[in-house]
Design a protein around this ligand. Structure first.
Ligand SMILES: Nc1ncnc2c1ncn2[C@@H]1O[C@H](COP(=O)(O)OP(=O)(O)OP(=O)(O)O)[C@@H](O)[C@H]1O
Ligand SMILES: [Mg+2]
Length: 149
């Protein structure tokens, strides 16, 4: 017999995620701002130029907005992190300027979203595994593991 709290959790998890028509440019803009303010909140010295190249014809598409937003937040956070790593690696008087660009393009029945950064670049061994779920282990997971007693 499940306890009341486990039944409540089951109920929450079982609730179907809702597909709904979402304004893609607005979702990308919102995620970009959230990620940027999150990074600034963590590190006041964090600095990046944000560029937007939004297709006015991007329109709406049926998605689960929370899922896509989470993916975008990760891409932005990765891009910001990579630019910060490059900032630290180059001389302080270098002309390097960190830039993260968000691009949208309507393509018949699809919308393409590109998040680009001019940071360190993704190491070749990581690129190979980029579409392998949960590989490589994330910094957050590693941090959690090392936090364990
Ligand atoms: N834009 C990028 N530039 C350089 N390296 C990247 C970039 N995106 C991803 N990577 C590399 O891929 C790894 C995996 O990225 P992933 O987002 O899965 O995990 P993470 O960012 O380490 O942790 P989190 O779970 O917090 O997202 C990163 O740790 C980094 O080494
Ligand atoms: Mg990440």
């Amino acid at each position: 017999m499940p306890t009341r709290s486990s039944r409540a959790c089951w109920h929450i998890r079982a609730r179907p995620a809702e597909l709904r028509p979402v304004d893609i440019n607005a979702l990308v803009e919102e995620s970009l701002n959230l990620a940027y303010h999150g990074a600034r909140a963590q590190d006041k010295s964090f600095n990046v130029t944000l560029q937007r190249d939004f297709d006015p014809a991007a329109g709406t598409i049926e998605i689960i907005p929370q899922d896509i937003s989470r993916a975008l937040l990760n891409l932005f956070a990765n891009g910001f992190y990579a630019t910060q790593m490059r900032c630290k690696a180059v001389e302080s008087d270098s002309a390097y300027e960190p830039v993260v660009t968000a691009t949208t393009r309507r393509d018949e029945d699809a919308v393409e979203i590109r998040i680009r950064d001019n940071g360190t670049g993704i190491p070749a061994d990581v690129v190979e595994k980029i579409f392998t779920p949960s590989s490589p282990p994330s910094r957050r997971v590693k941090a959690r593991a090392s936090d364990c007693p």
